[in-house]
Ligand binder design. Structure first.
Ligand code: PMP
Length: 285
């Protein structure tokens, strides 16, 4: 079955949605994106995703052609048109196209806005039971990782490398310190059950799931500390885990082939996953 997707004000069949070869998203990765999870046909943490989209646009001087409210309307229409129960909605805004390839662009360029749904099982993902294995590699990305751009080649290559090494994903390292996962934020749990994660800066994406977990950790009396940590500290941690919009929380059971803790999904990670999903379902729009 073909999906109905949204392209620049119209709902069309996916095979009929066409974008110019001169679109700057295609030529220069001159584009930003967001992914919002959908559970029971409802949007999860969407206000946070739309707020971050606005911030990404502001940082790059990109003009959103619709309001946040209109965007939510489009997301909901796509959920309905595609009978989406569980999965995600991908949203991308490019700077647009001016009919040729040129590094510079004019101020009145018309942006391209695309949204489409992806049907996926999120709650019953097998990874919550098995956990994931990651390898650590150099973080070779640009220096504005706080902006959610579509420059994802380093992440694609990194995940390909992880799969070739029989792992599921990567943790990225800069100056000996963990920045984040391939497409997630990274956490460890120390012997006294403190959750440790890197503080916000331009070095990492300000995860919306991370922000919600920080709040939940407070509400449910988990100790949480925002500080840098080395990959060696991660090897020796009691637990490790990642968070993102579509994984929620996945335990990390091995880093560079070294088992973390007892090599099984950790209690703190599983508890946080449970409270995140329960709260997200209650607050879904
Ligand atoms: N860091 C990176 C590099 C990511 O790609 C993602 C996923 N978009 C995240 C962190 C997690 O962010 P969020 O919780 O908003 O999905």
């Amino acid at each position: 079955m073909e999906r109905t997707v949204y392209l620049n004000g119209e709902y069309v069949a996916e095979s009929k949605a066409h974008i110019s070869i001169f679109d700057r998203g295609f030529l220069f990765a001159d584009a930003v994106y967001e992914v919002t999870a959908v559970l029971n046909g409802k949007l999860i943490d969407n206000a946070g995703h739309l707020a971050r989209l606005e911030r990404s646009c502001k940082e790059l001087g990109l003009k959103l052609p619709v309001t946040g409210e209109e965007l939510t309307g489009i997301q909901k229409a796509l959920i309905e048109k595609n009978n989406l129960v569980e999965g995600g909605i991908y949203l991308q805004l490019t700077r647009g196209d001016e009919g040729d390839r040129d590094f510079s662009y004019s101020e009145d360029i018309k942006p391209t806005l695309v949204l489409f749904t992806q049907s996926r099982s999120l709650i019953d993902s097998p990874k919550k039971d098995t956990g994931i294995r990651v390898i650590s590699i150099d973080d070779i990305r640009w220096r504005r990782r706080d902006i959610k751009t579509t420059q994802l080649l380093p992440a694609c290559l990194a995940k390909h490398m992880a799969h070739a090494a029989n792992a599921d994903d990567v943790w990225l390292i800069e100056n000996g310190l963990v920045t984040e996962g391939g497409s997630s934020n990274a956490y460890i749990v120390t012997d006294d059950n403190t959750i440790v994660t890197r503080p916000l800066s331009n070095d990492i994406l300000h995860g919306i799931t991370r922000a919600s977990l920080m709040k939940l950790a407070d509400d449910f009396d988990f100790k949480i500390e925002e500080r840098h940590f080395t990959i060696e500290e991660a090897y020796a941690a009691k637990e490790a885990f990642i968070s993102s919009a579509t994984t929620f929380v996945w335990p990390v059971v091995a880093i560079d082939d070294k088992p973390i803790g007892n090599g099984k999904p950790g209690e703190v990670a599983l508890k946080l996953r449970e409270v995140y999903i329960n709260t997200a379902l209650e607050m879904a729009e």
